[in-house]
Every structure is written in C-alpha cells, then in structure tokens.
Design a protein around this ligand. Structure first.
Ligand code: FES
Ligand code: FES
Length: 158
C-alpha cells in the first residue's frame, strides 16, 4: 500500500507515492537525493537529521513522510539564498565550528529555529537550544560561538 504525499522542500513542491512507514529523513535522502540531512543514530537522540518543518526544527528520523504531507520543509541545501550562504553557515565556517561536519547540518537548522524564536540568545540559551544535537567531535565551544556570531550578524542586518 502506498500514499500520495506532497511536500514543499526548499521551496519546490514534490509529489510522490510512498509507503506509510517511510521516514521523512529517508524520503529526503533516498527519494529526493538530498543527502545533506544525515542519519547519526537509530534512537532519535543525535539530531543529525534535523530539518525545519513549517519553520520548526524536527528530527526527521522521528517523522513519517506521510505526516509531512502538505508541509514545507527546509534542509541544509535550502538555506543559502541566491548563492549567498546563510549567516549561520558563514559563522560556522569562520568560527571553525565544524570538524568532521557530520553534525553540522542538524546543528545549523536547530540554530536557525533557535534564532528565529530568540534573535538575541544568551550563551546558556544557545546551549539549551542545541541540547538535542550531539557533536561527536565535541566541538561545542566553537559551535556556541558561531551561533552567537550569527545572531549578531542577523541583528545587524535586521
Ligand atoms: S538520526 Fe535522527 S536523531 Fe539521530
Ligand atoms: S563536527 Fe564532527 S560530529 Fe560535530
């Protein structure tokens, strides 16, 4: 049995027949070929699969593709606009906030949700906002620094 789902991913509407058990992360990676969204665990703990769904960060390994029907999803591939990196992407680059980079897409999308809801977070609020994302390289210090730098940039641009 399969169901028709229509999901706007990075501003492009996609309609596919999918099995009801297909996870959103597998839909993004296997059906759409958007492999920037990573799978780092099978326990819903690492946050490597984080995307924005209707503007809110979700762990896409905990969402079924059929549950995302009718929604708008943003993945790391959709953050840059007109060839310009998102301020968070630039800040991660400049603050050396990635080592292997495996956690980075999820970290950035969680941070995007955080800054949308709280444009001027304290360090403690950044740490709290990212607590669902694990970095196995333990680069947390620079990740927090990068999010603070992006917040400054985004405030300046507002
Ligand atoms: S792969 Fe989704 S939380 Fe780890
Ligand atoms: S940079 Fe390697 S897991 Fe975070």
């Amino acid at each position: 049995m399969s169901y028709s789902v229509s999901i706007a991913v990075n501003g492009v509407e996609h309609t596919h027949q999918v099995e009801p058990r297909l996870l959103l992360v597998d839909y993004l990676r296997q059906v759409l070929g958007l492999t920037g969204t990573n799978i780092g665990c099978d326990t819903s703990q690492c946050g490597a699969c984080t995307v924005l769904m209707d503007g809110q960060s979700v762990k896409s390994c905990t969402v079924l593709a059929v549950q995302a029907d009718g929604s708008s999803v943003t993945t790391i591939e959709g953050l840059a606009q007109n060839g310009d990196l998102h301020p968070l992407q630039t800040a991660f680059w400049e603050s050396h906030a990635l080592q292997c980079g495996f956690c980075t897409p999820g970290m950035i999308l969680s941070a995007a949700d955080l800054l949308h809801n709280n444009p001027d977070p304290t360090e403690a609020e950044i740490r709290h906002g990212l607590e669902g994302n694990l970095c196995r390289c333990t680069g947390y210090q620079n990740i927090v620094r990068a999010v603070a730098a992006a917040a400054d940039t985004m405030k300046g641009g507002a």
